[in-house]
Design a protein around this ligand. Structure first.
Ligand SMILES: [Fe+2]
Length: 184
């Protein structure tokens, strides 16, 4: 599946523009992580870009989140390794991620939400103004962006061998590179 085909499919299922931006952020951070680990960048980027494709349909039924995605993406002919990584990333299923791709998607995409929230509290609301230290500080304040699951993010240490600081650096710069697309 090409990126263009993936975007078409994404727009068929997702109408909320903020959710589309979340997928673009996930695409960027997955691409950066693939580069870091010497893995297939296009493959990892697709996993990020499509990972929440069924979110709008399953927001009231968390146990179905990624079950629907698996259906749609398999039907669309997406590489089964990417489909499986997307399926496993819904931690409600309680499936332990096995491959590096599964581990990366599972533990890394959650942080994008915190980084966006950090940008929105800057005076200029720009990602360019966000520093690693401010993300770290907000990470430690549970009431800030309370929906962001800190425990999942901390799994990156075990799964990817990345400290929280390293993960923030990789994700922040990947997101800063596409700041215009994210509207931040
Ligand atoms: Fe997500």
């Amino acid at each position: 599946m090409t990126r263009e085909e993936a975007l078409d499919l994404l727009h068929q299922h997702v109408k909320n523009q903020n959710l589309i931006k979340h997928m673009l952020a996930a695409e960027a951070i997955m691409r950066a992580l693939a580069r870091k680990f010497g893995e297939d960048e296009e493959k990892w980027a697709l996993a990020g870009l499509l990972h929440d494709i069924d979110w709008e349909e399953t927001q009231d039924t968390p146990e179905l989140h990624t079950v629907k995605s698996k259906e749609y993406l398999t039907e669309a002919g997406l590489d089964p390794e990417i489909v499986q990584a997307i399926y496993v990333h819904n931690h409600v299923h309680g499936i332990e991620p096995k491959t590096l791709l599964e581990k990366a998607l599972y533990s890394a995409e959650e942080l994008t939400g915190l980084i966006v929230a950090c940008a929105l509290v800057q005076p200029d609301k720009k990602l360019a103004s966000v520093k690693r230290e401010s993300v770290l500080k907000k990470f430690k304040q549970p009431s800030f962006a309370a929906g962001v699951n800190r425990d999942i993010i901390l799994k990156a240490e075990e799964y990817l061998g990345l400290s929280l600081e390293e993960l923030i650096d990789i994700e922040l710069s990947a997101m800063q590179e596409i700041a215009d697309d994210l509207g931040l």
